[in-house]
Design a binder for this molecule. Structure first.
Ligand code: BES
Ligand code: MN
Ligand code: ZN
Length: 500
């Protein structure tokens, strides 16, 4: 998709389709909406008066212009109530619009949409949201379709902007939006990819592609190297499958003079059957996506490096399958993690925290700080917060605040949950230092408290993405299937470091 900023008016611009905005409950048309209404003989006013166009957020009305102007189609996009409008909503509106454009076979389009009010005022954020919305809304996962029955992609998008002094920032916004969306799409592709394709080795291959694209450091540890590192918890999970595990390390050095290196850790469980504590069939169907945290981290690294952000970042992805093979972990087994702590495995389906125990220990041992991990960790978090919000846990309130802000700017939602000292005893084992499940109640919290045992004094945050990593409906920037959740938050988070 090509993006361009150009001065112009909707009634004269040469393109397949124009997209204009109307607000809910807004009688008077202004700007591009008024120009289009005049060019089409007052039809938009008619549609509003008859109640056919309500201006509700994400509502798209498609009209044919029948030669009254160069564009064959005019799309009226609902923006919701004017007082509630902001640049963040623009992303979703653009996502809806771009799918309508494809359905109506428009190969090019010009958008004349208003920037958002007070909250996110910058013109660069505006064009960034446009690029992200258009690219993410148009996303399709077609790798395994042998024939393509969808319409052609809308290849060229123009943002009509008459303030030519703003072109510079607008273009910078487009560029960052393009990079961000590209990374989200990379993560979606990895998560949508079936487990027989997206194996731990294939995840490592994806990380190698990122490394060679931007000249990053890359190390992929195999079983033997994990044994040398004494990663007993990761090795324990991987012993039930014949698919080789990998521990992926990607290193970006954007600021060689800085002492600090941020650690990003992502759960890379390429298929979670539950192991011997086998999942029921209906809970197993989405478990090819149990590597969504790892995918988000690898994809975010691609964007961080592409933007050349002046920050040092190391990504760690422990990757394995969790299968009930002949050598698989058994409930009751005891493992020793690389920080020396022993773990009683009371449930082999609580495997994410096991592989993260070794990854977090590795992060701490190597002086990474702060450390942020992303994981499809608990069904309990999905139950607590639904599909929209990921759970956020942190031992550092400043870090948590920065992550919430980064998510907000990126268009994702985090909700902080507590790490109460009182619940730590739920993870106590009779025979080892800790057990890997604290039971049903507060399941997302006890899982986070388990992780905390492996973070020592390091500033750390854990993001449980079990709710939002997939979606069952196409809406706004989200397309049914993998969402790429976390990528936008991580990119904005590292951008925040660069701005400090
Ligand atoms: N990968 C799952 C969690 C999950 C569930 C992610 C649904 C996405 C959607 C994780 O490994 C798991 O099985 N967790 C268990 C923990 C329990 C055994 C303590 C769970 O949530 O049931
Ligand atoms: Mn599991
Ligand atoms: Zn899992």
């Amino acid at each position: 998709m090509k993006f361009e900023v150009r001065p112009g008016a909707v009634n004269t611009v040469v393109t397949d389709a124009v997209v204009i905005a109307v607000f809910e409950g807004d009688g008077g048309l202004a700007g591009a909406a008024a120009e289009l209404d005049a060019a089409l003989g007052g039809i938009i006013k008619d549609l509003i008066n008859s109640g056919e166009v309500k201006g509700k957020l994400n509502e798209i009305h498609v009209m044919h212009t029948l030669g009254k102007m160069p564009a064959r189609l005019a799309l009226v996009a609902g923006m919701g109530k004017q007082a509630e409008w902001d640049t963040d909503k623009l992303r979703d509106v653009a996502g809806e619009a771009v799918r309508a454009l494809r359905r109506h076979r428009a190969r090019s389009a010009a958008f004349a949409l208003p920037a958002g009010g007070e909250r996110i005022p910058g013109r660069d954020d505006f064009s960034r949201a446009m690029a992200e919305g258009c690219l993410l809304g148009a996303y399709q996962y077609k790798r395994h379709m042998t024939k393509d029955e969808n319409g052609p992609e809308t290849g060229e998008i123009v943002l009509l902007e008459n303030d030519t002094a703003a072109f510079g920032v607008v273009e910078k916004g487009f560029e960052r939006g393009r990079i961000t969306a590209g990374a989200v799409i990379m993560a979606r592709d990895m998560v949508n990819e079936p487990a027989n394709h997206m194996t731990p080795s294939h995840m490592a291959e994806k990380a190698r592609e990122v490394a060679s694209r931007h000249n990053l450091g890359i190390t992929v540890m195999d079983r033997t190297q994990m044994e040398i590192e004494k990663m007993g918890a990761l090795l324990g999970v991987s012993q039930g499958t014949s698919e080789p595990p990998s521990f992926i390390i990607l290193e970006y050095r954007g600021d060689p003079s800085a002492k600090q290196t941020v650690g990003l850790v992502g759960k890379g469980l390429t298929f979670d059957s539950g192991g011997i504590s086998l999942k029921p069939q209906e809970f197993m169907s989405d478990m090819k996506g149990d590597m969504a945290g790892g995918a988000a981290v690898i994809a975010a690294m691609d964007a961080i490096a592409a933007m050349r952000l002046p920050v040092n970042v190391t990504a760690l992805i422990p990757a394995t399958e969790n299968l009930p093979g002949g050598r698989a972990l058994k409930p009751g087994d005891v493992l020793k993690a690389s920080n020396g702590k022993t773990i009683e495995v009371v449930n082999t389906d609580a495997e994410g925290r096991l592989i993260l125990a070794d990854a977090l220990s590795y992060a701490v041992k190597n002086g990474l700080s702060p450390v942020v991990d992303l994981a499809t960790l608990t069904g309990a978090c999905h139950v607590a917060l639904g599909d929209l919000y990921a759970g956020l846990f942190s031992n550092d309130n400043e870090l948590a605040g920065r992550l919430v802000k980064a998510a907000d700017r990126g268009g994702e939602k985090l909700w902080q949950l507590p790490l109460p000292e009182e619940y730590r005893e739920m993870n106590k084992s009779d025979i080892a230092d800790i057990k890997n499940s604290g039971g049903r109640y507060g399941g997302a919290i006890t899982a986070a408290l388990f992780l905390q045992e492996f973070t020592a004094e390091t500033a750390w945050a854990h993001i449980d993405i079990a709710g939002p990593f997939m979606t069952d409906k196409t809406r706004g920037v989200l397309v049914k299937g993998a969402t790429g959740f976390g990528v936008r938050t991580l990119i904005r988070f590292i951008e925040g470091f660069a701005d400090r």
